[in-house]
Design a protein around this ligand. Structure first.
Ligand SMILES: Cc1cc2nc3c(=O)[nH]c(=O)nc-3n(C[C@H](O)[C@H](O)[C@H](O)COP(=O)(O)OP(=O)(O)OC[C@H]3O[C@@H](n4cnc5c(N)ncnc54)[C@H](O)[C@@H]3O)c2cc1C
Length: 463
């Protein structure tokens, strides 16, 4: 195995948002930094390149955010989705620090735009990146390179070598060649393990083989597994992840945001037996979209079918694929591979349970069904206006939550205490805050906050 020619102050594993925030912060503090990005250059940036926004606390209007979104409300929203399964200290740290992230991001090349309209109405809570995550990642790479940060692409880290309370070196394969990388400090920002379908199947059972992975195929948890095998403290449950319902025609990996389907609140969603199985109108979509991946995963063959009529087809952001279209419910069912009679019976039962009232697509309108075993408690309007449309839904895994437990300094620990020159940021430690559930935009907040902390701590350690 060859040695990498230079010894750096800091080696950062991963090339997404968390890695870049750590690398930039450390380089600004005077550290020499090497980024090891497992992907080839055109695919650099992991899941971060698919993102659109981050969730940001702010005490008053702050471009591009409107109004205010303060710590207690943010924490309350997080507590609701995680059902209290969070480390409140770390959660408050992420929330409070998010406010200073926005100007920091702008100062490092990220541009923002006013919130997109559509079903996710987030202009008050989430700051949208102009050009999306791809532009953000490109801006950070430019900034990092201007600061002298070196980047190795196709650099798959296989082993993080621990001796007692220190990491001595990394073993990697860089463009197919085995290489040893020495550094004085290390930041792990290599994401979750969602792209390793075998690992998902061990956690979830064989159903996981039908899951689609929304993001990068490079987040296979190699470094996470290696650290857990070496006694790093872990947090989170391997079956917990962020998973949404996406278009069933999405590719196995990297379909990105354009395959997400936001139609559920305006649909009825059936399983392969043609039966509804959950309240499609439980809450506004930003608070519910993250549960539908798991709901669909629990259905036969891990598939669902959203049915919509002409009244509602323009009320949500469509998938990149056109919906199946038909003039009758039976024809639609047939085209989607469902039993037309079973679907007709479900639609008839649903339509009969709808009540008159005022429909309001962007608020909880209380327009509910009456007398159904599986109610729809908002936006319940009969499916009676042709043409009818359908989308097949499949679970799309965004990222897994089993990760490395960190403290408020982003430091990784073993049972014997802190590993003195090792920090973690982003998805690889997100389970420290996200025990379950998800709040839109919080992944980038965690990565930005803990990436910056990890970079600062690592630079202070080597100084
Ligand atoms: C379609 C989609 C849309 C999303 N939208 C949003 C959004 O709008 N807002 C939001 O907050 N969150 C969003 N998320 C979640 C968000 O992407 C993540 O929370 C965030 O990007 C995580 O950043 P990260 O740096 O930890 O991981 P990543 O950006 O995934 O980076 C991990 C990096 O590690 C590299 N890597 C993996 N293994 C190795 C290895 N062994 N050796 C070397 N390198 C390795 C990968 O190549 C990658 O570069 C979205 C995710 C997806 C998939």
């Amino acid at each position: 195995m060859k040695d990498w020619p230079e010894t750096f102050d800091l080696a950062v594993v991963g090339g997404g948002n968390a890695a870049l925030c750590a690398a930039i912060t450390a380089a600004e503090a005077g550290a020499s930094v090497l980024i090891l990005e497992g992907a080839p250059q055109p695919y650099r940036g992991g899941n971060s390149r698919h993102t659109r926004n981050f969730r940001c606390m702010h005490k008053g209007p702050m471009f591009p955010l409107t109004d205010s979104y303060e710590e207690d409300e943010y924490l309350h929203d997080l507590m609701l989705v995680t059902k209290g399964k969070t480390d409140e200290g770390l959660a408050r740290l992420a929330i409070r620090s998010s406010e200073e992230c926005l100007p920091w991001m702008m100062a490092h090349g990220v541009r923002f735009q006013p919130s997109l309209s559509g079903t996710l109405s987030l202009s008050r809570t989430n700051a949208f990146f102009l050009g999306g995550g791809k532009a953000l990642v490109n801006a950070y790479y430019n900034t990092a390179e201007d600061l002298g940060v070196k980047v190795a692409y196709e650099a798959q880290v296989r082993h993080v070598h621990r001796e007692g309370d220190r990491i001595t070196h990394l073993e990697a394969e860089i463009a197919g060649q085995p290489v040893t990388v020495k550094a004085r400090a290390f930041v792990l920002a290599s994401g979750g393990f969602q792209a390793d379908i075998d690992w998902l199947a061990r956690a979830w059972g064989p159903a996981a083989r039908n899951f689609l992975i929304r993001g990068t195929p490079y987040n296979r948890g190699v470094v996470l597994r290696d650290m857990l095998d070496q006694g790093a403290e872990s947090v989170g449950d391997p079956t917990q992840c962020h998973a949404v319902a996406i278009d069933g025609r999405a590719p196995k990996y990297d379909g990105g945001i354009v395959t997400r389907l936001d139609c559920v609140p305006f649909s009825i969603v059936l399983n392969t037996n043609g039966e509804r199985f959950y309240n499609e109108g439980e809450d506004v979509w930003p608070k519910r979209y993250a549960i539908w991946g798991r709901l669909v995963a629990a259905q036969p063959d891990q598939v669902g079918f959203a049915l919509i009529d002409a009244k509602s087809i323009d009320l949500f952001m469509p998938s990149v694929f056109p919906p199946v279209k038909a003039d009758t419910i039976e024809e639609l069912a047939d085209k989607m591979g469902l039993d037309p009679q079973a679907v007709r019976a479900t639609v008839d039962g649903f339509n009969a349970a709808c009540r008159p009232g005022k429909f309001h697509p962007t608020e909880l309108d209380g327009l509910a069904t009456e007398g159904l075993e599986v109610p729809k408690t908002n936006w319940a309007r009969p499916l009676d206006t042709p043409p009818y449309y359908g989308y097949q839904l499949r679970p799309g895994v965004t990222f897994t939550y089993l990760g490395l437990k960190v403290d408020a300094r982003a430091q990784v620990h073993s049972a014997e205490g802190p590993i003195r020159n090792l920090w973690a940021a982003g998805e690889i430690m997100a389970g420290s805050i996200l025990g379950q559930g998800y709040l839109a935009g919080f992944g980038m907040t965690i990565g930005t906050v803990f990436g910056r902390i990890a970079g600062k701590e690592a630079a202070a350690h080597v100084a």
